[in-house]
Design a protein around this ligand. Structure first.
Ligand SMILES: Nc1nc2c(ncn2[C@@H]2O[C@H](COP(=O)(O)OP(=O)(O)O)[C@@H](O)[C@H]2O)c(=O)[nH]1
Ligand SMILES: [Mg+2]
Length: 257
């Protein structure tokens, strides 16, 4: 008898091989389920701690090069002194992005994932041991550049912010729907390049709304500054919402600052 699935097909027979393949596949699915369940539990713990401290955690996701770090640098410059904030940078290798953030004066911790294609909640927890918690402020997380795996991994964030640049083509929301479904807002970046491209912005927006009818959308240029006021206003609204969920003693501290 087959010890894996309990069938009585002879060794080496086609049905036996088919059963073995199914058994191997289900082991893989179980393992993935376990990894995600463990991550979800850690993320839920982080989310509760962020809520208690009035921290708005945002998880920035995109393909490599869409402008996440540029956006973070410009956001930090705009918020300097007004909102406590820290940054966690995720990349497979190098400290390049952390150095760009550190040059603004903001506190930052770089996580190198090596072979890993995404950040997970355990990495965020580890990074937070290296940073002071930005109570009543912002935790900005730049995920590894990749429109696939980061969609599945909750980091305890209040929202995923997907950055799509106009040089990537209109159809990315249709090709990578999980990411656009998981995001609360899409920032359509590099709009300064539109005059040089044959890019159909209406289609890009329609595709994003087809996979996620509730997604909020801001067209911007992190480099030139277009759309930045709308993005900063969105951040302020989210900060207020997060703060209104925090316990009263945190809110009072914020009001008396
Ligand atoms: N034209 C233009 N280039 C941009 C804009 N934002 C970022 N870039 C450029 O795009 C490249 C990748 O940006 P980066 O912020 O490193 O992207 P990341 O990999 O998503 O962090 C850099 O050369 C940036 O200068 C933008 O709004 N307009
Ligand atoms: Mg970057």
């Amino acid at each position: 008898m087959c010890t894996t699935c309990g069938c009585h097909h002879p060794m080496g027979s086609k049905p036996r091989q088919r059963h073995m393949a199914i058994a191997a596949k289900s082991t893989k699915i179980d393992l993935e389920r376990d990894v995600l369940a463990e991550n979800n539990a850690s993320a839920a713990r982080l989310r509760r701690r962020f809520a208690r401290a009035g921290i708005l955690a945002l998880n920035l996701v995109s393909s490599p090069g869409s402008g996440k770090t540029t956006l973070l640098v410009e956001t930090i410059k705009a918020l300097r002194g007004a909102v406590p904030l820290v940054v966690i940078e995720g990349d497979q290798q190098t400290r390049n992005d952390a150095d760009r953030i550190a040059a603004t004066g903001a506190a930052v911790w770089q996580v190198n994932t090596g072979q890993g294609c995404h950040l997970d909640a355990r990495m965020i927890n580890g990074a937070l041991h290296q940073l002071s918690w930005p109570n009543n402020g912002l935790l900005l997380i730049e995920n590894v550049g990749n429109l696939v795996c980061p969609a599945a991994f909750d980091l305890g964030e209040a929202a995923k912010v997907v950055v799509l640049s106009v040089t990537e083509g209109e159809d990315k929301p249709l090709k990578y729907p999980d990411m656009f479904r998981a995001a609360q807002i899409m920032l359509l970046n590099k709009c300064d390049l539109l005059p040089h491209l044959n890019y159909d912005m209406e289609s890009a927006i329609a595709y994003a709304r087809r996979v996620n009818p509730d997604i909020e959308i801001i067209v911007l240029s992190a480099q030139r500054g277009d759309g930045m006021p709308a993005w900063l206003a969105w951040l302020q609204t989210q900060l207020q919402k997060q703060l209104s969920r925090a316990p009263v003693h945190y809110r009072m501290r914020q009001e008396h600052r």
